[in-house]
Write a protein that binds this ligand. Sequence first.
Ligand code: GRG
Length: 293
Amino acid sequence: MDLQNYLRTQQTEVDRALDRFLPKASVKPATIHRAMRYSLFAGGKRLRPILCLDAAEACSGLTESAMPLACALECIHTYSLIHDDLPSMDNDDFRRGRATCHKVFGEGIAILAGDALLTIAFEIAAQAEAWPRYDLREILLEISAAAGSRKLIAGQVADLEGEGRPSSRAQLRYIHENKTAALLTTAVRLGAMSANATPTQLSAMSDFGRALGLAFQVIDDVLDVTQTSEKLGKSAGKDAAAQKATYPAVIGLDKSRAEAGRLTRQAHEALQPLGKKADTLHALANHLLEREY
Ligand code: GRG
């Protein structure tokens, strides 16, 4: 399988769908729609939507059924990046290879663009069809829980509060589970739900998403130390400068790489019940471990 080519095709499909779901840039008030589109179409990897679509296929579902959920997740993810970059958070000027939303549109509009992306995620998800095992109520509960104060925001709070203080591995794991792995787990779970997955398939996806999400954030921490800002499309070296709780800071680079490898193996094992149908998810897990940006 030519994974690079496959990822490009999936990114294009996701971008087309996002373009259909988002208000056009000319819709009033144009400033907010321009700001939302500016950050959304800035060239993200579309990892969460692609995982959602692949999980649907691994459970014998159709990617068309998963697409509204895939797009909703990308809107939530982009909102979190816009807010994460704000002066009151990480105060970053550079994201997805371009100036951050608040640098271009000002802080007020950037906050509102994040709010609007979070809100539209639910509007988009509500357009998904219902399935015999998983109704819309369950889908919306899954998304709200992942984006809420016990998961995504909990991770961000712990991340902010951990700055400048020594962290234990347990604290680090808590941050990674909530800030990163929760949304990635939800991505594969929603894909599976859109395929009317059996309880065994859904449980396999939960285990896969968690292990993959943890590996993804360990690698993200490693890349922050080893790569340039140009390559990453975001400011490199910021974690160390802000004395953030990261794996390289707590256990060093070599052990961090080994930990990412161990978690990726765990992700592969979790997919066992899905057999050959999960081949693309296996390939994606390897690709994320070896990525350079
Ligand atoms: C509610 C005020 C408020 C803020 C929410 C929750 C939150 C802010 C921020 C967390 C965002 C964050 C930086 C999570 C870490 C996960 C991570 C490594 C994100 C980068 O994901 P990629 O590499 O990015 O998939 P692209 O740009 O490719 O989509």
